[in-house]
Ligand binder design. Structure first.
Ligand SMILES: [Zn+2]
Length: 260
């Protein structure tokens, strides 16, 4: 029947659709019956149902890549996100390429997000490379305590459209605030290490250690939140010169709010 051929064609067009979402017309436009049938297919991935193996193999692939959520690079994966939301793109409700293991938080925040007018999609874990130019930065401010703030900065190697996609991903997933809180927790956990290093090796020793931690984190990507944090700490003469001690006496308070 027509629907079957249409869906097979839609599957083979998937990568083209990702390249320009603005031109996409859903196969099920105007057909409630077809939409319902296509959405109903998703339940076939449940335990004991015919497509259970498909769900398992997608999660197994994620496990082999350390199980971190590709959207926030922090939490463990536990849910399947429809990159193109199934409510708007029911033909892709069980296409493996459209099913991405993510964490609960990102799955909830992303929801049905899809900019079909502007064509600004978030980064697809299977088909897109997140920019490897340095665009995520952390600002360190030392006053009564150590405050941190994440921000994005455009750089020459990135076109405007790609940078807008990065901004959209950060805003949709609340990543500025999320990384800020993760960084606060990291600083609190590691302050004894900073103190011991400074005690035995001085500020240059602390700077080297922080640089080494930055390089280690950069293996996960130059824009990993921890890499940006440690680059900024290692570049802060005030932090390396003893400013870190504020962490010992005053609780770190992240200045929550927009990171831009
Ligand atoms: Zn996540």
């Amino acid at each position: 029947m027509g629907a079957r051929t249409g869906i097979i064609n839609a599957y083979s067009d998937y990568e083209d659709v990702l390249r320009d979402i603005r031109r996409f017309t859903s196969l099920s436009n105007g057909s409630d019956v077809l939409t319902k049938a296509l959405l109903g297919n998703y339940a076939l991935l449940d335990r004991g149902r015919p497509l259970e193996d498909l769900r398992n193999s997608i999660f197994l692939t994620a496990l082999s890549q350390n199980s971190r959520c590709p959207l926030c690079e922090r939490a463990q994966v536990c849910a399947l996100d429809h990159f193109l939301p199934k409510n708007h793109f029911p033909e892709y409700s069980i296409l493996a390429d459209n099913l991405i293991p993510v964490c609960e938080r990102c799955n909830r925040l992303k929801g049905d997000e899809c900019d079909r007018v502007g064509g600004l999609l978030m980064f697809h874990a299977y088909f897109d490379e997140f920019p490897d130019e340095e665009i995520l930065f952390t600002e360190i401010n030392i006053d009564k305590t150590v405050s941190i703030r994440y921000l994005l900065r455009h750089c020459e190697g990135i076109d405007d459209f790609t940078f807008k996609r990065v901004e959209k991903q950060f805003e949709t997933l609340g990543l500025f605030d999320f990384y800020q809180m993760e960084a606060v927790s990291e600083l609190t956990d590691q302050v004894d290490l900073y103190d011991e290093t400074y005690g035995s090796l001085g500020d240059s020793g602390l700077r080297s250690t922080l640089s080494a931690l930055a390089r280690g984190a950069e293996r996960k990507g130059v824009n990993h939140w921890k890499a940006a944090l440690y680059r900024a700490l290692s570049r802060s003469a005030e932090f390396c010169g003893g400013g870190y001690r504020k962490l010992l006496t005053a609780p770190t308070n992240a200045t929550l709010g927009h990171g831009r």
